[in-house]
Design a protein around this ligand. Structure first.
Ligand SMILES: *Cc1c(COP(=O)(O)O)cnc(C)c1O
Length: 469
């Protein structure tokens, strides 16, 4: 005998809607979700009544509309975590964003009472801070590089050292960006060694620019040579082509003051003689996502007036946050005000004190916690392989992967790092004012015990992992 066709057993969309009784405002979304749920059931040969599918539809809709963009605590120890939005903004920048959110003179000249210049707001301060003639701001540094190449070297050749044909991540590859800009890539030198004479040998009538790209996320060591920025600037000048220097992170402060390697500052790159220096707003600068180009007036004007500019321009909130961030450099308060520099400047001693306090809080509610010493990184395509001493609270009592997952479901979610197979909360990337929220989030997620939390009957963290202090 033929078996009944299971599709017959499926209720209609209307029946599911009747069973669920969605609110008017969600009816259209609910209907779409119900259709998807029924289609999936049909494909799987499943059956069920209207109430079953109504519940499934509810669950599907809840999953689809789960809030995915949430404020989290970055306890990874990576100060500029690209996946966590890079530089956290300062209170001054946040206030500036709030103030600019309404009607604001973004393209209005208050003195003249007529249309003003969007690009003027941050340009003066940027140029002053960089000792450059002019500046322009776009959406991100990838856009700044694209714009510089398009404005200064479109349909021309651009000379790049083989060792600098880098991929930054997120699909930003220098050869691809070059192609998109309409410029033609000319590679010189070898992976490990490139001399000024290699550039000189490639320069000719078709050359539009020399491009130098910062090795932001890797380090080549050993038998290595590269041309000095000054040599490239002189060569570019001699042949009347542009010298574009993509600094990547870009910093106004000397990183070596914080026990880190020396990064060329924006001012130093300008002094070397680059026509255009580009960098990000949300890396070491410590501001909002933005791309900044500083340099010679003539070159910056070419960028500002290029047709691409309209598509790459920053919005008013970015301009406001960037200005507020730049003011801290002008006022000499960047180290004290900007979260990125506060984190980098935190002393191991201060971090250790906070870690001991957090470990004590966790232990007092039965969470096995121990302070360990480790090293943290800057991240975000800045200072590759440079680390800073830091302290973390290692949590035991359950497998690290499971603990890390439970912490991600905390409120707010806590993003941890795994050290020697243990979950560790590295306080280098947490601001002291967030310690209490962190403690509450962790205890809230773990102290309830149960399947998710660490068992209170197990021993504390395994000895030997990390370095207990
Ligand atoms: C990070 C980086 C970029 C891209 O900057 P975004 O602001 O992320 O667009 C480009 N070039 C270098 C060298 C970088 O380090």
């Amino acid at each position: 005998m033929k078996r009944a066709d299971p599709r017959r057993a499926l209720p209609s969309v209307d029946a599911v809607l009747r069973a669920a009784g969605p609110r008017d405002a969600e009816r259209a979304r609910f209907t779409r979700a119900a259709r998807d749920v029924l289609a999936r059931a049909r494909a799987a040969g499943a059956s069920g009544d209207a109430a079953t599918f109504a519940a499934q539809t509810r669950a599907t809709l809840a999953e689809r509309e789960r809030l995915t963009l949430r404020s989290v605590i970055n306890a990874t120890g990576v100060v500029l975590q690209t996946n966590l939005g890079r530089a956290p903004l300062s209170p001054r920048a946040l206030a500036a964003i709030a103030a600019a959110a309404g009607a604001v003179s973004v393209e209005y000249d208050l003195v003249a009472g007529k249309r003003g210049e969007r690009h003027g707001h941050a340009a003066r301060l940027l140029a002053d801070l960089a000792s450059a003639e002019d500046a322009v701001v776009v959406n991100n540094n990838a856009a700044a590089v694209l714009l510089a190449l398009a404005a200064l070297a479109s349909r021309k050749e651009v000379i790049v050292a083989r060792g600098e044909l880098v991929e930054i991540g997120g699909g930003f590859r220098i050869p691809d960006v070059l192609r998109r800009s309409g410029a033609k890539l000319v590679e010189v030198g070898t992976t490990n060694r490139t001399y000024a004479r290699d550039y000189a040998g490639a320069i000719g009538a078709k050359t539009g620019a020399i491009l130098r790209v910062h090795a932001s996320n890797f380090k080549i060591s050993g038998f290595v040579a590269r041309a000095e920025g000054r040599e490239l600037a002189a060569l570019a000048r001699e042949h009347s082509v542009a010298f574009i220097h993509d600094l990547g992170s870009g910093t106004f402060l000397d990183t070596s003051r914080f026990g880190l390697g020396k990064e060329l500052t924006v001012g130093e790159a300008i002094r070397e003689g680059a026509d255009v220096v580009t960098f990000s707003g949300d890396k070491l600068l410590g501001g909002p996502q933005a791309g900044i180009a500083v340099g010679r007036a003539e070159s910056i004007t070419a960028l500002r007036t290029h047709p691409l500019m309209r598509a790459l321009r920053p919005d008013k909130l970015t301009i406001a946050a960037l200005l507020a961030t730049l003011e801290t450099y002008r006022d000499g308060t960047a180290e004290k005000e900007l979260p990125v520099w506060r984190m980098i400047a935190a002393t191991p001693r201060a971090i250790a004190t906070r870690a001991r306090s957090l470990a004590g809080t966790l232990a007092s509610v039965g969470i096995p916690a121990e302070v360990i010493e480790l090293r943290s990184t800057i991240g975000g395509g800045s200072l590759p392989e440079e680390t800073q001493p830091s302290f973390a609270v290692a949590i035991g009592g359950a497998p690290a992967n499971r603990l890390a997952q439970t912490l991600r479901s905390a409120d707010p979610p806590v993003i941890s790092r795994i050290v020697d197979e243990r979950v560790a909360l590295d306080l280098r990337s947490v601001l002291p004012e967030d310690d209490e929220v962190l403690a509450r989030a962790v205890t809230g997620a773990l102290a309830k015990g149960g399947a998710d939390g660490p068992s209170r009957h197990q021993n504390g963290p395994r000895a030997g992992a990390g370095r207990p202090v």
